[in-house]
Design a protein around this ligand. Structure first.
Ligand code: CP
Length: 336
């Protein structure tokens, strides 16, 4: 495994594991980690998402409920996707455009995430939170009266995105069993960790990582596949993944905005190396049939000229995300 050179520091060890371990009885009441989702849950969520896609909307468990959307970090897909899902379920979304601008959950004024959750859970039936801090959703869950759904906590996890990714991969490939799945981008990102937790149930033939030489793959992510006997290998050029894999779940190579800004030792590579960008020319050169997915937002790792190729699944993935988020909300609102 390549080691990080001195000028690109490794992110802290805390980012490589779950800092806050939810208690067992909390694990199913909230959605903090994809670790709490088992293979039956994945099937149930996908089935429910399909029924919403087919036109089911208001449900007895969700209609008339209130969902608080607390986004302390920027978001397009997750924020708007949850809002669209709330509306389609006949529920109401509350929150503000930029929690970090109005919240007093900071050191200066002293209001904590725990107090924020205690307050907001008295106005709502579920809380969806995104925050730059690892463990932020778990901290809120500790004081929330209502289910807390983690919409991304720093470098840690993004479990609803993982459900979306599995739903989209299944849609593209039919089944992931015995398939070769590549994971592009920075392998330390939160979408990768959550996706790995669910991908291990899908029995792929292999997982192919495509990191530039200066990124290590987190040991906990590798262990998830190793424990299930799923082979992991590295390629040093994305063309190998295009030629050899059934699907590529791309991700940005620059994730400088994912974690806590102050105090972060993450050094951005700024741009994707040429060897790791996907272009129509590379796809054509190897005759690639690999389906291309991406949780997005993308930077420069997939050329927009790929968007109209049959390989491109990433906007379909976005379309499907609304139905998966309806499935997630419906499950948690039904018990709140
Ligand atoms: N995939 C994802 O989390 O996108 P947003 O940051 O736009 O929510």
């Amino acid at each position: 495994m390549a080691l990080l050179p001195a000028n690109i520091p490794r992110i802290g060890p805390a980012a490589q594991r779950h800092v806050v371990s939810p208690e067992r009885d909390q694990a199913k009441f909230h959605l903090l980690s994809a670790e709490a989702i088992d293979s039956n849950d994945v099937d149930d969520y996908c089935r429910a998402a399909e029924t919403f896609e087919a036109g089911r909307s208001r449900t007895a468990g969700s209609a008339g409920k209130t969902v608080a959307l607390l986004f302390f970090q920027p978001s397009t897909r997750t924020r708007i996707g949850f809002e669209a899902a709330v509306a389609a379920l006949g529920a109401t979304a509350i929150g503000v455009d930029d929690m970090s601008a109005v919240s007093r959950s900071n050191a200066r004024s002293g209001e904590t995430l725990e107090d924020c959750a205690a307050v907001v859970s008295r106005f709502s039936d579920a809380i969806v939170v995104r925050h730059h801090e690892i463990g932020a959703a778990a901290r809120m869950a500790a004081k929330s009266l209502k289910p807390v759904i983690n919409a991304g906590d720093g470098w840690n996890e993004h479990p609803t995105q993982a459900l979306v990714d599995i739903f989209a991969l299944r849609r593209g490939l039919g089944s992931l069993r015995d398939k070769s799945i590549a994971l592009g981008g920075d392998p330390r990102g939160r979408t990768v960790r959550s996706l790995a937790l669910l991908l291990r149930y899908e029995a792929p033939r292999e997982i192919v990582f495509c990191p530039p030489s200066y990124y290590d793959i987190p040991r906990d992510v590798l262990a998830l596949f190793g424990e299930r006997g799923i082979r992991c290998r590295l390629v040093t050029d994305i063309s190998h993944a295009l030629a050899e894999c059934d699907a590529i779940m791309m991700a940005p190579y620059d994730m400088s905005d994912i974690g806590e800004a102050a105090g972060s030792d993450y050094v951005s590579p700024k741009s994707t190396p040429d060897s790791h960008t996907i272009t129509p020319e590379k796809i054509e050169r190897v005759g690639s049939k690999a389906l291309l997915f991406h949780p997005m937002p993308r930077h420069d790792e997939i050329d927009p000229a790929c968007d109209d190729l049959p390989n491109a699944m990433y906007f379909e993935q976005v379309r499907l995300s609304k139905f998966m988020r309806m499935a997630v909300l419906d499950r948690f609102l039904s018990v709140s």
